[in-house]
Design a binder for this molecule. Structure first.
Ligand SMILES: Cc1cc2nc3c(=O)[nH]c(=O)nc-3n(C[C@H](O)[C@H](O)[C@H](O)COP(=O)(O)OP(=O)(O)OC[C@H]3O[C@@H](n4cnc5c(N)ncnc54)[C@H](O)[C@@H]3O)c2cc1C
Length: 436
């Protein structure tokens, strides 16, 4: 592998969730029927479902870092149900397609909820819905159009006028919001740790085991510094790093997102802020700022993007983007101006230009659910689960839809790709105006 995951150290969700003893790394040689690479939402779901579908088989799950430390543990924690097609005028487009996307997302949500409830995973999961909020004219127009699209889909959505928003989220910064009730908000690292610690007994998880080379043949051999794993069947659930295994090269884009978390607000600061005690806001403009008030009364700010083709973080971007977080925080929360960020971190997404993911067979005995397109909590969970069902010979409408996807389309060659992606990110962030 020419590039391995190496996320930065200061992820607030990881640091503030329960600490756990990581499972030992792999050493020596192991032969197994199934190997899954990547213990994020997708890999954890695939390994869990394979174990249930094939109770007599051993499943090996290999993770380069510690569980809960990778992207699945460093996102904004919105498990979103509703489709949002940025290519359609009303963000819904074709109703039949939107209904299937909704069904897929809700299946992901219900899988997560039942695992959390059955295993008592403490991850502050709450069905609190989400506010999509706007300040600029463009953003307000997005909310009105999306509301029409959701009406067409028969989904509940309430417009909240700016003057009423402080009762909900404290700040009077926004002009308008669209509240939809179906989103689950959660502590992502706590959830991922909990998912890993409640895997069925026929899954063996190896943490801190980056796969450094791979040989394909009748069996797949996964090599790493301390040994090798020989698998009859390989499942890749490592998002953009799937390209390092020789698949979907030139089709996925490793895009980095940035987040900061304040210290917990004191009682007096909470009173100054006002509003409800737990909420999440996503921006009307895709390039805008996501904000959350967490279960422990911290404020999360998520904005800024970079294109890091090797899938690895860059300190200079973190240093630059923490300033954007500060500006966005102060715009929204002038009543909390003395509150510092305790943590700032980045995480990598796999995006495709046509917003399609990959699901299915990559090569003989090699399968994958890759390219999350930024919706991995629900999508990763459901596609990992359905991949294991499909490998068990099952078919249903969701599996058929995923198999019928054209997958991520091809990117232009370098240097046009980097020039195009960087220009797009810069323009998008500039155009987001006050929403960033
Ligand atoms: C700041 C931020 C905010 C976000 N907000 C949201 C949100 O609110 N809601 C939402 O749904 N999504 C959100 N996302 C996206 C979401 O986190 C991803 O879609 C999700 O993590 C994808 O899950 P995954 O399991 O497919 O991949 P990943 O989480 O990337 O997991 C893949 C794993 O594979 C491992 N791996 C890679 N290569 C190797 C190797 N060679 N050997 C062994 N292991 C390897 C990695 O270490 C990693 O842990 C956000 C992302 C970021 C960065």
């Amino acid at each position: 592998m020419t590039s391995l995951p190496a996320d930065d150290a200061a992820c607030g969700w990881y640091r503030t969730s329960r600490s756990r003893q990581p499972r030992p790394g792999h050493a020596g040689e192991t032969k197994t029927r199934w190997a899954v690479v990547g213990a994020g939402f997708t890999g954890l779901a695939a390994a869990r479902q394979l174990a249930l579908n094939f109770p007599n088989d051993e499943i090996v799950l290999v993770e380069a870092q510690e569980v809960g430390f990778g992207t699945s543990g460093r996102n904004a924690g919105f498990a979103i149900d509703l489709p949002h097609d940025i290519g359609a005028d009303d963000y819904i487009g074709d109703v039949a397609t939107a209904r299937m996307a909704l069904k897929l997302n809700r299946t992901g949500q219900s899988i997560l909820r039942s695992i959390v409830e059955e295993n008592g995973i403490e991850c502050h999961l709450r069905a609190s819905g989400k506010y999509q909020a706007a300040i600029e004219d463009r953003g307000v127009a997005v909310l009105d159009a999306y509301r029409r699209g959701l009406d067409k889909l028969g989904e509940e959505a309430t417009i909240i006028d700016g003057k009423d928003l402080p009762d909900h989220i404290g700040t009077s910064f926004y002009r308008k919001a669209l509240y939809t009730p179906g989103t689950l908000l959660l502590q992502p690292s706590a959830l991922v740790k909990g998912l890993a610690d409640t895997l069925p007994p026929n899954v063996t998880l190896y943490e801190n085991t980056p796969v450094t080379d791979v040989e394909y043949g009748d069996k797949t051999i996964l090599g790493h510094r301390q040994g090798r794993i020989v698998a009859d069947k390989l499942i890749l659930a490592n998002n953009a790093f799937g390209m390092r295994f020789g698949f979907l090269q030139g089709r996925m884009l490793p895009i980095f997102l940035y987040a900061s978390l304040t210290r917990p607000l004191t009682g007096e600061e909470q009173a100054r802020l006002g509003g409800k005690s737990f909420w999440g806001v996503i921006p009307a403009d895709t390039f805008g700022t996501t904000v959350r008030r967490t279960h422990d009364n911290r404020i999360l700010i998520r904005n800024s993007f970079s294109f890091n083709p090797d899938g690895r973080p860059r300190q200079q971007y973190l240093d630059r983007f923490i300033k954007n977080h500060r500006i966005s925080f102060e715009r929204r929360f002038p009543m909390l101006d003395e509150i510092d960020f305790e943590y700032t971190w980045s995480g990598s997404l796999a995006m495709s230009r046509n917003h399609e993911g990959f699901f299915g067979q990559l090569a003989p005995n090699v399968y994958g659910a890759l390219c999350c397109n930024g919706l991995g909590i629900t999508r990763g969970t459901v596609t990992g689960t359905l991949l294991a069902d499909w490998l068990d010979g099952r078919r249903n409408d969701l599996i058929d839809m995923l198999l019928a996807s054209p997958g991520p389309n091809r990117n232009p060659p370098e240097p046009f790709l980097s020039i195009g992606v960087n220009a797009n990110l810069l323009w998008g962030q500039y155009r987001a105006g006050l929403e960033s």
